[in-house]
Write a protein that binds this ligand. Structure first.
Ligand SMILES: Cc1cc2nc3c(=O)[nH]c(=O)nc-3n(C[C@H](O)[C@H](O)[C@H](O)COP(=O)(O)OP(=O)(O)OC[C@H]3O[C@@H](n4cnc5c(N)ncnc54)[C@H](O)[C@@H]3O)c2cc1C
Length: 454
């Protein structure tokens, strides 16, 4: 009988271990706490929530994370079972009693005969004799392991902070003001000369916008994040604004090579948006990484001509993080192409959030179990929330600009309908659940065969 080693007993590692064991495969789960702490965890429980106690919206037909909850429930998720049992009142969100939640996950894993939990740090690459490994060590992976992964993958492929520019749903952009054009209409590799969406500013509006950036409230770095280096090339946009009124117009907002079709001339400044996913439904604001508070980002960025009604798939941020350039490094089984015995799950594989991390743990756990049992692991359909996340990190996202991502409906293949808003989301959700059921029924090792142990 093969044993799968799971490194990290957080949201992803706990769920992965559970899925593997429920499929009948033995697991060794290695968790370094309490012997070695991270900068954010305070206890020794498995699946500790390091900050908020919210799993966000539980609205299955109105919010992609609510749909992800439901898919996880249907796939026998331990994380969702513990969350549902320990929920606290939070309106339409699913929030949990963090201690009860973590204790429930730990108790279930301890009671599972096929799981052994070892409290130890894996301080380097896993030993060569471990043939099946899931690395789920999260955004605060211990330095010794992070360094070893960085050496194996190449230094530019493992990031130690994220510098996220806001990402916008294309169908919320006003194209009576914005237009498609690449600088000097250059086609470039894979482009057609009209790859970017451009939002134009005249001088007075530009100066007002720069003032708004400078006045916006920002989120401070936490003490332990302050020493994390970030490069001059990734300066927050509001910091660039303080360096002089024209800094942005000569930097990320430079208008050279662009002609506003409405005026027939070059605007004073331009905000450019670049395609962010293969489906072409999401666009990121080029050079707009920011520490502005979320409400401030929405307020200030909606003053950009063409973005007055922008819907944000994610807002910007700069945090301490550890994540792989997964679209480049991982295969469809979430295995490192350069060393396939190593799979990655959770935040280190480039998803963002408690729920997304646990969901990827579930998917990767199933892949590892199927392999150990000698089945071909079929990836979840792209039309499901599972599939949208999986596809995003294994090829859907652009490797050149890859940053961690929450689940959102912009990651789903479009559906043919005239409906908008909630009605369209409901159609996407219903399609997802129908396709999920077919996937769950067709995956040989799943659903879990044995009765619940906890
Ligand atoms: C400060 C901070 C706040 C966050 N707040 C939120 C929030 O409010 N809401 C949200 O949805 N997301 C939040 N996130 C993002 C993210 O979703 C969570 O960090 C989530 O816990 C990631 O799940 P994970 O399983 O990938 O990692 P984790 O839950 O962090 O689990 C990783 C585990 O691996 C262990 N480990 C690390 N290195 C080793 C090693 N070498 N050997 C053995 N064990 C090891 C760690 O001790 C840890 O238990 C936050 C992240 C950070 C850093």
């Amino acid at each position: 009988m093969k044993t799968v080693h799971v490194i990290g007993g957080g949201l992803a590692g706990s769920e992965a271990a559970w899925q593997i064991a429920r499929a009948g495969v033995s697991v060794l789960l290695h968790e370094m706490r309490p012997l070695r702490k991270t900068e954010a965890h305070v206890g020794e429980g498995l699946a500790e929530l390091v900050c908020s106690n919210s799993f966000r919206s539980d609205d299955v037909e109105g919010n992609a994370v609510g749909l992800l909850h439901e898919e996880m429930r249907r796939a026998g998720s331990l994380i969702m079972r513990a969350a549902d049992r320990h929920k606290v009142p939070a309106g339409s969100a699913l929030a949990v009693d963090r201690h009860g939640f973590s204790a429930a996950v730990q108790t279930a894993l301890e009671a599972e005969p096929l799981i052994e939990i070892r409290r130890e740090e894996i301080a380097g690459l896993p030993p060569a004799e471990w043939a099946d490994v899931v690395i789920a060590t999260g955004p605060l992976t211990s330095p010794a392991l992070a360094e070893a992964i960085s050496k194996l993958t190449g230094e530019a492929s493992l990031a130690f902070f994220d510098a996220i520019a806001p990402i916008i749903h294309k169908d919320s952009i006003d194209f009576s003001k914005a237009w498609f054009q690449s600088r000097y209409d250059k086609a470039g590799p894979g482009g057609d000369g009209a790859d970017y969406i451009n939002c134009p500013f005249e001088k007075p509006d530009y100066l007002t916008f720069v003032d708004a950036l400078k006045a916006a409230e920002t989120t401070p770095f936490k003490d332990w994040e302050k020493d994390t280096p970030y490069f001059e090339g990734c300066l927050p946009v509001e910091v660039m604004a303080t360096r002089g009124p024209r800094t942005l117009a000569f930097g990320p907002m430079k208008p050279v090579g662009l002609t506003d079709p409405r005026t027939g001339r070059r605007p004073y400044a331009v905000v450019q948006l670049r395609q962010d996913n293969a489906l072409g439904t999401l666009y990121n604001m080029v050079g707009f990484q920011t520490k502005m508070k979320h409400a401030e980002q929405t307020r200030v960025f909606r003053t950009i001509p063409g973005l007055e009604k922008a819907e944000f798939a994610r807002l910007g941020g700069i945090h301490r993080n550890t994540f792989l350039n997964s679209p480049r490094l991982l295969d469809a089984g979430c295995r490192l192409k350069a060393e396939p015995r190593l799979r990655f799950a959770g935040q280190i594989a480039g998803v963002e959030g408690y729920v997304e991390s646990a969901a990827l743990g579930l998917i990767v756990g199933r892949f590892a179990a199927a392999d150990a049992l000698g089945f071909d692991a079929t990836p979840p359909p792209e039309t499901t929330a599972f599939g949208a996340l999986h596809r995003h990190i294994t090829g859907g996202a652009d490797a050149k600009t890859f940053q961690p991502m929450n689940v959102n409906f912009g990651l789903f293949p479009p559906i043919a309908t005239e409906l908008r808003g909630r009605e369209r989301k409901a159609l996407l959700a219903r399609r997802a659940l129908a396709d999920l059921n077919a996937w769950l029924n067709s995956t040989p090792a799943m659903p879990p065969k044995r009765a619940s142990a906890a």
